[in-house]
Design a protein around this ligand. Structure first.
Ligand SMILES: [Zn+2]
Length: 400
């Protein structure tokens, strides 16, 4: 396959040859070499495809009518809002998950790490719906399913059994959540999560909404277990909204520890000032990925399956104006997340690095209209072609 006339990361017009799912050559654009079978880039921009590494496919209401937000504040209140309503949605959960994933792929996301809530109420229903969608789109996207105790592990008897069942059923990552605030027993919570991770040889992803000092304390317990179990490179902290709010010295120490233990970080591009500084994380070599979190669900009305929109949100909430920073946001939304899901892709090696479009890299690509990478993020064009593993999977915002 030859992709004719695209501009990789906004660079000069080029022709990209793809063989066996990998980028085999990138040459200056040659109009005279055009053949009927070429993919016509029409001078559009070429980026790696997006990686949404923090999405709750299992709670999505994308495609359904908007409903008034009825959640009570706090994780437990929101969880109950979902628990009380998800079964009576206008269409069944399996269809909702499929529709959401389809829409994500159509808009340029071909790598997904999704949560699948497991608890004594929904049991394995949500997990199975997510696994079925993963199978259905196996040729269009890489989907990693995380079994996730959204309702805590210790509050309701029997949760651990369902977590184990999902791990036997193919979950690739195990989640934990607010070990201090939700279960109020952080050591036990994390010992269970890391114990199951070790038993089933899966990665860990800790969903952390806790405030300043408490978040740092929970993180220290996570780092302690990462070190003790030799899980370097296999642990992610999600959100960590206030991990950077305690003091400059603590922020520096957390970033250095993440870098040393190769702990990754995902952000959903929230507003607020307490986060770890993104530029410092990237500069330290910490893998950072981007995600949409819930999509128009019982937790919030945000999320539209479009990671280009979420990249804009990341640039906006970080107050980025300089092109190199907005391009870094794009690199985080694409290869940053990819490097959390896989060891076999190039990592973002610094603020100015633009990985993912080199000879030998897998052809997971997005072609999109725009003048420069910054303009693509600002304008969020709809003239998109999506390539997964060397094959066109979507064009013009629809699957092919
Ligand atoms: Zn989340």
């Amino acid at each position: 396959m030859i992709i004719r006339d695209v501009r990789p990361w906004g660079g000069p017009r080029s022709d990209v040859e793809v063989i066996d799912g990998k980028i085999a050559a990138i040459r200056p654009h040659d109009e005279s070499a055009r053949t009927a079978g070429d993919v016509d880039g029409r001078g559009r921009l070429l980026f790696p495809s997006f990686s949404d590494v923090h999405v709750h496919l299992d709670s999505s209401r994308v495609g359904l009518p908007f409903r008034p937000h009825t959640g009570a504040p706090g994780v437990w209140g929101m969880m109950l809002n979902d628990r009380n309503n998800w079964r009576t949605a206008e269409i069944g959960l399996p269809e909702r998950v499929v529709g959401t994933l389809e829409r994500m792929i159509a808009r340029g996301t071909t790598r997904v790490r999704t949560y699948a809530q497991v608890d004594v109420d929904c049991k394995l229903e949500k997990f199975e719906a997510v696994m079925a969608a993963k199978d259905r789109f196996a040729k269009q996207a890489d989907v990693q399913v995380m079994t996730f105790p959204q309702a805590g592990i210790l509050r309701e008897e029997g949760t651990v059994d369902y977590l184990e069942a999902s791990l036997r059923g193919g979950a690739e990552v195990i989640g934990g959540i607010d070990p201090c605030q939700l279960d109020r027993d952080p050591v036990r919570h994390l010992d269970i999560v890391f114990g199951l991770a070790e038993k089933y040889q899966v990665e860990v992803d800790i969903h952390l909404h806790e405030p300043g000092e408490l978040a740092v304390f929970s993180t220290e317990l996570v780092l302690e277990r990462t070190r003790a179990l030799g899980m370097q490179g296999k642990v992610t902290i999600s959100h960590g909204y206030e991990l950077g709010s305690v003091s400059e010295a603590v922020t520096r120490r957390v970033i250095d520890d993440f870098a040393e233990l190769d702990v990754a970080m995902t952000t959903i591009a929230p507003a607020g000032r307490g986060q770890l500084p993104l530029v410092d994380l990237v500069a330290a070599g910490v893998r950072v990925g981007l995600g949409e979190d819930g999509q128009r669900d019982y937790w919030s009305p945000y999320g539209n399956c479009d990671m280009l929109d979420r990249t804009w949100q990341l640039a906006f909430t970080q107050n980025y104006r300089a092109d190199h920073l907005i391009e870094m946001a794009l690199a985080i939304g694409t290869m940053g997340g990819a490097s959390i899901m896989s060891r076999d892709v190039p990592r973002l090696a610094g603020v100015e690095d633009r990985p993912g479009l080199g000879v030998g890299d897998r052809a997971d690509l997005l072609i999109v209209d725009g003048e420069t990478p910054t303009s693509a993020v600002m304008d969020r064009g709809t003239d998109r072609t999506v390539i997964h593993d060397g094959v066109i999977v979507a064009d013009g915002l629809a699957l092919v």
